[in-house]
Design a protein around this ligand. Structure first.
Ligand code: SF4
Length: 460
C-alpha cells in the first residue's frame, strides 16, 4: 500500500512497486518537499527512510513541470525499492511509458537518449541497446506527418476463448445471433469513416479472430474497406490456425490484403491444450504454409506460458524460425483481469522470463530478424517487453505507428479507440467506442457523430 501526498500520483507509484513484484501488503509512505531549488522525495519502507533530491525543473509550463515531478517521484521510489529489496530491474524506473517513444522525445530535446536511459532511468545496457536497435530499424519507416491516418477495424469474435485471454472477444458460437447485426453496423461505420481519413497509411483488421466470421460476413467487411483502400499495407490478424482456410485466405487476397498473422503462441501441444487454443502444432504449420502462398506472414509467440520452461520456449522459437515467417513477435505472458488463468497459474520469475526473451533476441538476430517495435504491458510477466522482429523490408508500418503514436487512427467496431494526433504532435485526442457489442450496436449513430466531431469539427 502506498500513501502519497501527491494527488493523482498513486497509481504511477504503484506501477513501480508492482514492477518489483511488491503487493499491497508492503506499506510504503511517501513524503514530498519542495525547497527553493530542490524537490525532495522520501520513501519509508519497512521503517527505513530513503531520501532523494532533484533540481527543480526550470519551466513555466505547468504540464511539463508536473510530468517532471512525477518522473522524479517514480525514480526515487525505484531507487528506494531497489536498495530496500536489493535488486534492480531490466527496465529500471521506466513504467507507464513506451520506451521508444521516450527515446525519440529525449533525442528531440537533448540530442541523445542513451545516457538518460542508463544514468537517470536506470535501464539496463541490454534494454537500452534493444531500444537503440529498434530506432535504427525504424529509420525510413517512422514518420511524423500529421496527415497520416491508419484504419483499424475490430472483430470481437473468436472460435473459442483462450484461457489466458483478457481481450474483449466472445466465442462466436455463443454470439451467433449478434454477428450479422455486428457486421451490418460495422459496414455502416466504415462507410461513414472514409471522409475522416486524410492520407491513408495502413489498414489493420484485428481481433479477436477476424476469420472466425463466415465468408459472406467477411466479404461484406472487406467490400466496405475496398472503398477506402488505396493500395497500402493491409494486415489481417487471421490469428487462430483452426479457422484459417484456403477459402478465407483467397478472399483476403482478392480484397488486397498484403499481410496476415498466423499465431502459434507455442508449438508445445501440451501447452496448447492447457491454454485452450483449439489447434494442433501440425495445423499451425499447415496453415502457415497455406498463408505464405499469398501473403507476408507474422507469427506470435508467448514467453512464460503456464508450465513451460526455457526449453519449451526455445523449442517454439526455433521451430518458428525454421519456418522463416517475415515477422515474429515475442510477447511475454500478460494475465489481466478477465482471463481464466489469472488466479490459477503460478508465474515464472523475472529471471526465467528474461532468459527466454534474451534467447529470442539473440537467436532472432543471428537469423536476420531485426527488432522494430516494442511495448510493455502493466501485468506482463516480469514487467518485460513484447518485441516485434522482422526480416529487412518486412516490418509492419501499422505496428510502428501504433507504438510511436505518430499517426492518427480511424478505428471502427466495438472497443475501438480512434486517435487524432495534434499538429505539433504534443497531444493525442481519443474517442473509445463501447467495449461491449450490444452497447456498440445500440449507440452506433452517437459513435459515428462523436468520431466526426473528433476528426472534422475540432481544431487540432
Ligand atoms: S484468439 Fe486471441 S483474442 Fe481470441 S480468445 Fe484467443 S487470445 Fe483471445
Amino acid at each position: 500500500m502506498i500513501e502519497t501526498p501527491l494527488t493523482g500520483f498513486e497509481s504511477d507509484l504503484r506501477e513501480v512497486a508492482t514492477a518489483f513484484g511488491v503487493d499491497d501488503s508492503l506499506r510504503i509512505k511517501h513524503l514530498f518537499k519542495e525547497s527553493p531549488d530542490r524537490l525532495i522525495n522520501t520513501f519509508v519502507i519497512n521503517g527505513q527512510s530513503y531520501a532523494y533530491g532533484n533540481l527543480i525543473p526550470e519551466t513555466n509550463d505547468q504540464i511539463v513541470k508536473k510530468r517532471l515531478i512525477k518522473r522524479y517521484a517514480k525514480l526515487s521510489l525505484y531507487k528506494a525499492l531497489s536498495r530496500s529489496l536489493g535488486k534492480e530491474l531490466p527496465w529500471g524506473a521506466l513504467t507507464g511509458i513506451r520506451p521508444t517513444k521516450l527515446a525519440y522525445s529525449q533525442i528531440e530535446e537533448t540530442g541523445e537518449f542513451i545516457d538518460f536511459f542508463q544514468s537517470v532511468m536506470k535501464v539496463s545496457e541490454e534494454k537500452t541497446s534493444l531500444v537503440k536497435k529498434i530506432l535504427e530499424t525504424q529509420k525510413g519507416l517512422y514518420e511524423k506527418n500529421n496527415l497520416n491516418t491508419d484504419l483499424f477495424v475490430f472483430i470481437p469474435f473468436c472460435p473459442t476463448r483462450c484461457k489466458y485471454c483478457s481481450f474483449i472477444s466472445q466465442d462466436i458460437k455463443s454470439a451467433r445471433g449478434k454477428v450479422d447485426e455486428y457486421v451490418e453496423t460495422l459496414v455502416k461505420e466504415i462507410n461513414e469513416s472514409a471522409q475522416l481519413i486524410k492520407k491513408l497509411r495502413s489498414i489493420y483488421i484485428g481481433g479477436g479472430t477476424p476469420v472466425s466470421l463466415n465468408i459472406a460476413q467477411l466479404d461484406k467487411v472487406l467490400c466496405a474497406i475496398d472503398k477506402i483502400n488505396s493500395g497500402v499495407e493491409y494486415t489481417v490478424e487471421a490469428g487462430r490456425p483452426d479457422v484459417i482456410t484456403e477459402e478465407n485466405l483467397k478472399l483476403l487476397k482478392e480484397h488486397g490484403v498484403t499481410r496476415v498473422c498466423v499465431n502459434p503462441q507455442t508449438f508445445n501441444q501440451k501447452t496448447l491444450d492447457l491454454i485452450g487454443r483449439n489447434h494442433t502444432e501440425s495445423q499451425t504449420i499447415e496453415k502457415y504454409h497455406l498463408a505464405k502462398k499469398y501473403f507476408d506472414v507474422n507469427m506470435d509467440l508467448i514467453a512464460g506460458l503456464p508450465e513451460e520452461d526455457f526449453n519449451d520456449f526455445k523449442y517454439s522459437l526455433d521451430k518458428t524460425i525454421s519456418l522463416k515467417p517475415d515477422d515474429i513477435t515475442v510477447h511475454t505472458l500478460c494475465l489481466k483481469k478477465g482471463s481464466y488463468l489469472t488466479q490459477s497459474t503460478s508465474r515464472l520469475s523475472v529471471n526465467e522470463i528474461d532468459e527466454m526473451v534474451n534467447y529470442a533476441h539473440k537467436t532472432l538476430g543471428e537469423n536476420d530478424y531485426r527488432p522494430y517495435y516494442l511495448y510493455r504491458q502493466k501485468y506482463a510477466a516480469g514487467n518485460l517487453e513484447n518485441t516485434g522482429y522482422a526480416l529487412k523490408g518486412k516490418e509492419c508500418v501499422y505496428n510502428i505507428d501504433a507504438m510511436e503514436e505518430t499517426t492518427s487512427v480511424v478505428a471502427c467496431g466495438a472497443n475501438a479507440i480512434s486517435k487524432v494526433v495534434t499538429s505539433n504532435f504534443e497531444r493525442i485526442e481519443r474517442y473509445a467506442s463501447p467495449k461491449d457489442v450490444l452497447s456498440y450496436l445500440g449507440k452506433i449513430d452517437t459513435i459515428i457523430q462523436k468520431k466526426k466531431e473528433l476528426f472534422l469539427e475540432r481544431e487540432i
